[in-house]
Design a protein. Sequence first.
Lengths: 214, 83
Amino acid sequence: VADLKNPAVDVDAALLERLRAGDEDAFMTLVDRYGPLMLRIALTHVRSRAIAEDVVQEAWLGVLQGLDRFEGRSSLKTWILRIVANRARTRGEREARSVPLSSLGGDEDGPAVDPDRFFGADDPRYPGGWSSPPQSWPEERVLAAETLEQVRAAIAKLPPRQQEVIVLRDVEGWEPEEVSEALELTPGNQRVLLHRARSKVRNELEHYLDGVAA
Amino acid sequence: MREPIIPGGISCRELVELVTAYLDRALAAEEMARMDAHLKLCGPCWTYVEQVRTTVRLVAVATAELEQRPDRDALLRAFRGFR
């Protein structure tokens, strides 16, 4: 059945047909389309580029092995992404065992904003209101090269699951449903991971930009 | 004695935890309306939401130039080996 809303589905179907027939060009088209994203997802879980390349290659073999079982119930991109994310997680866990637990960075997360920046819930005038409100960011600073460097550093510090979600949502522009499907998350968990990731990046940016202004 | 001020019935501290759901329009209609009401009256929260929007934009911009491509030749060899 043609999906009128999403022409990519038909293009994918044609590519899959050629891929099943062993067409190298079809394979390389898919590699060029999804390879960079797969590498990025792999790098959220493993430390080195070499291992990430390995994970991507394993994932492609998984894709080829699974081709005959792929029924198009999910889209090709979410299916491929799920395969690479699973492989990367397995490899990441394997690597993680050899490093001390303390350096793993637990997933226990606090609130989006430091509670000290709000009045108490029993404040007579502004219960739960800002006591130390955010200051608007100077536009010319926002897009400065150093600011972008801060953003990259903040993303790199996030736990892998949060990185996966923020990359798919905010870099790739995927819909929440697609991300939930690819990463096998409930809609609620998908949102919690995105919320934590964005909140932390915003905090780091605020810290940096307020410091610059001061 | 003056009444406490809680615009839209949501405190600022609560609002910052709902921003992601709000931007996805994933809140119930009534809650969306309360968020809108709060944001209309509260400058600091409006600034906060703008900062989150800016953050989303910057995440996209900052990582765009990082794009790396996997080793095509190695993948092609793997593909030939698989067949």
